[in-house]
Ligand binder design. Structure first.
Ligand SMILES: *Cc1c(COP(=O)(O)O)cnc(C)c1O
Length: 501
């Protein structure tokens, strides 16, 4: 299986190169030249398998230059050995006759990013070895640069900590993450990790980090030092491919427990930021998983809702800090992959991305807009509605959801009301509620009068009789290792200094 760049389809690489490199040199993203197919027979055989076996099966189709043994080691290393609190890895929880919450947050950092970032280091270290062998170059140290809206940073740090041959540098918007998210990062252990707060928002941070990747001077300095950049952001194909697995697996689980018959359509609703998670569902659909509508849910930063409804992507708007910080994004990087899939024209995609950078806006053709709307329903959720949703679902169904998940759930309800479509739906549940205790507590009780996050977590636990995850409790006693912060135009300087370039 070959991968090509969304901005230049002449650039053709194998899976290990796509993963080792992270982003194509001209700024495009790697996408598979064509998608592997899941027939009904193959789905039927997957129904009988464990999560780990399903993952091996799907990954083998995408990572054709990995041996089956290598894939098995990677998958076991990521999802085996009790690293996930649920034996099913990503269990489904039924809320009503038509609604299943796909809980993607049973990994070590309590957010769905673990699903990909527990696997990525295993894929990446093997991919780098393969690339070095193929090019007869000495293997270089891989430096992972991450811009995070909160959850990616911690999940990447945890995945890469003390992985031989790698270093990781994480940048986060200083005032744009929750207290628990921040504590999770600044207390990170490991000899190969660095964390820095940025005086700016996530888009500023992501833009600066992306620029460093393609900066020719920095790249040359890296090369001279025997280092090479890679990305743990969802622009890396190695982040997306593990996410495809859980949609296939979730479908198999629904068949297995009798919620649907094999071949029956489901819908999928996803709280969306950088468009990675919902894109994985789109790929699963086009591999052959019977999925009808993809429901794209945004918070108050609803640039994607507007895009899907109008065909115009316009980031020239106010950026809002919301109670779902991991979705506070105005430039959804992975949308580029969808655009390529819809128009299959690298030049057009390159032009749109150029327009976005230069003018903050681009418009797709009527034909592309039509395709987009056939696949996706889009909606957004105001802040009050997020809290209202958390409270109502807790009171009526006894299910406690986090703020991001609530956005997904609420937009799915909008869709159901608007269309009367009662197809069985999977709602992606993306974080453990205790990552965002103050907001959840406010939803259930109103203002608590407490400022301390942990005090609020204890109140939430007492109020709902639910358990605070051990990893979050433990943060109270861990030393803060990384207190540094920098201006948004100082990120490159920080990277150079840290890497001694
Ligand atoms: C990252 C994240 C999202 C958004 O996922 P994308 O793949 O960026 O669209 C939603 N919820 C939580 C909790 C997240 O961490």
């Amino acid at each position: 299986m070959k991968y090509i760049s969304t901005r230049n389809r002449q650039i053709e690489v194998c899976a290990s190169q796509a993963i080792a490199q992270g982003i194509s040199e001209e700024g495009g993203l790697f996408v598979p030249q064509m998608l592997p197919k899941l027939t009904k027979e193959r789905l039927a055989s997957l129904v009988e398998q464990s999560y780990i076996a399903r993952a091996q099966n799907i990954l083998a189709d995408f990572l054709t230059d990995f041996t089956p043994e290598e894939i098995e080691q990677c998958v076991q290393g990521a999802y085996g050995g009790g690293r996930f609190a649920s034996e099913k890895v990503a269990p489904g929880v039924q809320l009503d006759a038509d609604t299943w919450m796909l809980e993607l947050w049973h990994g070590p950092t309590c957010a769905f990013k673990d699903m990909a970032l527990q696997l990525l280091p295993h894929l990446l270290t093997r991919a780098s070895k393969k690339v070095a062998l193929a090019t007869q170059q000495p293997q270089r140290e891989t430096v992972i640069l991450v811009a995070t809206s909160g959850d990616t940073g911690k999940a990447a740090l945890e995945g890469f900590r003390d992985v031989a041959g790698t270093r990781i540098l994480v940048f986060y918007p200083q005032d744009g993450v929750s207290e628990v998210q921040k504590l999770q990062m600044v207390t990170q252990e490991g000899e190969n990790v660095d964390v820095c707060g940025v005086d700016g928002n996530f888009d500023d941070t992501q833009t600066a980090v992306k620029k460093i990747f393609t900066d020719p001077v920095i790249r040359a300095d890296m090369q001279a030092k025997g280092m090479v950049f890679s990305s743990a952001n969802s622009i890396n194909w190695g982040r997306l491919v593990p996410q495809i697995v859980y949609y296939v697996s979730a479908y198999c689980d629904l068949v297995q427990n009798g919620a649907i018959a094999l071949g029956e359509n489901i819908n999928v609703a996803v709280p969306t930021g950088n468009f990675g998670n919902i894109l994985a569902a789109y790929y699963a659909k086009h591999m052959g998983v019977p999925i009808g509508k993809l429901i794209c849910a945004s918070n108050k930063n609803h640039v994607l809702t507007d895009f899907i409804r109008t065909g115009q992507y316009d980031r020239r708007r106010t950026f809002h800090m919301t109670t779902s910080p991991s979705m506070d994004i105005l430039i959804s990087s992975n949308l580029e992959r969808l655009l390529y899939a819809l128009c299959e024209d690298d030049q057009t995609v390159a032009d749109w991305m150029k327009d976005l950078t230069a003018n903050g806006v681009y418009s797709v053709s009527p034909a592309v807009k039509e395709k987009l709307q056939a696949e996706f329903y889009a909606g957004f959720c105001e802040e009050e509605q997020v809290l209202e949703t958390i409270r109502t679902v807790w009171e009526k169904q006894g299910y406690l959801m986090d703020t991001h998940t609530a956005v997904g759930f609420a937009v799915r309800e909008q869709y159901r009301k608007e269309t009367g479509d009662n197809t069985v739906t999977i709602v992606a549940s993306t974080a453990n509620p205790y990552k965002f205790s103050p907001s959840i507590l406010r939803a259930l009780q109103g203002e608590s009068g407490q400022v301390d996050e942990f005090a609020q977590a204890f109140m939430l636990s007492a109020h709902t009789n639910t358990r605070i995850p051990q990893q979050i409790l433990a943060l109270q006693d861990q030393p803060r290792r990384f207190e540094t912060s920098c201006a948004k135009d100082q990120i490159a300087a920080f990277v150079k200094k840290t890497l001694d370039l």
